[in-house]
Design a protein around this ligand. Structure first.
Ligand code: ZN
Length: 290
């Protein structure tokens, strides 16, 4: 990608010096989005709320997406030990973060509100649970932030076999697109549908994921129009989309491929929807719910 290393985005919350250590529950693989509270969990919380006359549901961020408490006020930015390669990565994610969101602002208008990107190392508490290596990068609707450990990019290259700047950009863009879905109210609608028909929950989740891939493709289209892409970039993005398909991930983890448990879509579907966004450059082409 043709980009000029510049400064750090004002939408980055750099917690690399404040994270790591401690316990906490792991997530379930790459890009699961927010940990989802099942219907059983909601029932239990409702019962607890009645017994204790306290709204436990709102405490887990189901009640309207209010920002979470600061979890022991880990703010302020401790000293960060980072080599020049990592500093360049920070500038790269800054470029992607700002470019994706300024592209959306042109489509959605000035009322669009940016997401923040929280950079952490090893472990960090989000409103959606602990961000760590197992959770991979994700968007948390509860605090409207994207969480990324830059170490994931090494994993993307080595473990998922998806090197290249545009592969990295695609992964980050996909997470930012979840914020856009949340901003548009799509994420909330899908969540309600999941709660009313739990048997469709995985299929609905896959549709939401594929739409995020399509939106990322729309952004890719815009970078191509502006001649930011170089030879091989598109292939790197498609390769990354394929690398993180549920069938690949399930095979890689030694499981049999089970279509019903797909929450993100197969490799072929992810590539298809990314391409749809990329070739059309049209948000309206991204109706994965039809
Ligand atoms: Zn996702």
């Amino acid at each position: 990608m043709r980009w000029t290393p510049g400064g750090e985005s004002s939408n980055i919350e750099d917690e690399r010096g404040n994270s790591g250590g401690g316990g906490g529950g792991g997530g379930g693989g790459f890009q699961l989005g927010a940990p989802h509270l099942g219907i059983g969990g909601i029932v239990i919380l409702l019962i607890l709320s009645v017994i204790f006359k306290r709204d436990f549901l709102s405490l887990v961020g189901q009640g309207g997406g209010s920002p979470a408490p600061a979890y022991g006020a880990q703010t302020g930015g401790g000293p960060v030990q980072a080599g020049p390669a990592e500093q360049k990565e920070v500038q790269f994610v800054s470029f992607v973060l700002d470019d994706v969101q300024s592209t959306w602002r042109q489509t959605l208008g000035p009322q669009y509100r940016d997401t923040k990107l929280v950079l952490f190392r090893d472990q960090y508490p989000s409103a959606c649970g602990t961000a760590d290596q197992a959770s991979g990068p994700f968007y948390c609707p509860g605090d409207h932030k994207v969480y990324l450990d830059l170490g994931f990019y090494e994993e993307l290259k080595q473990r998922f076999g998806a090197p290249g700047e545009f592969a990295q950009a695609y992964v980050l863009a996909h997470e930012i697109e979840h914020h856009v879905q949340s901003w548009m109210g799509i994420e909330q609608k899908v969540r309600r549908m999941q709660e009313s028909s739990p048997s469709e929950a995985n299929a609905l989740s896959a549709r939401l994921e594929l739409q995020a891939d399509c939106f990322a493709g729309v952004w890719g289209h815009s970078t191509q129009q502006r001649k930011i892409l170089e030879d091989g970039d598109v292939q790197a993005g498609l390769n990354a989309a394929a690398a993180v398909g549920d069938d690949r991930l399930q095979k890689a983890s030694g499981h049999l491929v089970n279509q019903k448990s797909f929450t993100h879509g197969s490799s072929a579907q992810r590539v298809e929807w990314f391409q749809k966004g990329f070739t059309t450059g049209d948000v309206n082409a991204c109706n994965t719910f039809q």
